[in-house]
Design a protein. Structure first.
Length: 192
């Protein structure tokens, strides 16, 4: 039993020494950190890595600051990093800026409605045509417009680049279509 009491006393003595050492380390850390702070009645300022002083804010002010830097008309509904960057540019600082900004943005109704554009919801991109004049044609039959045209249709050809239009009346026979191709379209496509 005596051995146990001695052991308990020894452990208590060791714990007290550890506590004193911890208090000494805490004291050193406190004085090391206090160099970065500046008190100007009634505000506390913290010196950042960029040597700019920013006002330390209370928890009650955080939501209003985040609203102005994220959700207002000049906020822009940006993501966490950009919102924190705007907070820092506005001259504010608090220890849990990133965590609070993430929580605020995840509750933002406008950001929830817009959401991210994923690969599944993104539209396929259509390639832009790089063509010369008279390389690509759009051809279509139009009509009949009135009974006086005797049922004739109009064959319309439009160049995609120059928007040049050529039309001819046809009675749906291949000869009129072939005539349009021979006289108007194919001679312009010759590179000779």
């Amino acid at each position: 039993m005596a051995a146990k009491i001695v052991d308990r006393g020894y452990l208590t003595k060791c714990r007290l020494e550890e506590a004193r050492i911890a208090r000494g380390e805490e004291r050193k850390k406190f004085f090391k950190d206090v160099v970065h702070y500046y008190w100007d009645e009634p505000y506390l300022f913290r010196k950042g890595n960029d040597n700019l002083f920013r006002r330390c804010v209370a928890k009650e002010e955080v939501e209003g600051i985040l609203f102005h830097c994220h959700g207002s008309s000049y906020g822009g509904h940006f993501a966490v990093f950009k919102t924190v960057q705007k907070v820092l540019q506005a001259g504010f600082w608090w220890p849990s800026m990133f965590k609070d900004a993430h929580a605020f943005i995840s509750k933002c109704e406008a950001c929830q409605k817009a959401g991210n554009i994923t690969a599944g919801t993104r539209c396929l991109r259509t390639p832009i045509l790089e063509v010369e004049v008279f390389d690509v044609w759009g051809i279509d039959f139009v009509g009949p417009f009135n009974p006086a045209s005797h049922g004739n249709l109009h064959l319309v050809a439009v160049d995609y680049v120059s928007k040049w239009v050529k039309h001819s009346r046809t009675n749906q026979r291949c000869q009129s279509v072939l005539k349009l191709f021979k006289t108007i379209i194919f001679p312009r496509c010759d590179n000779q």
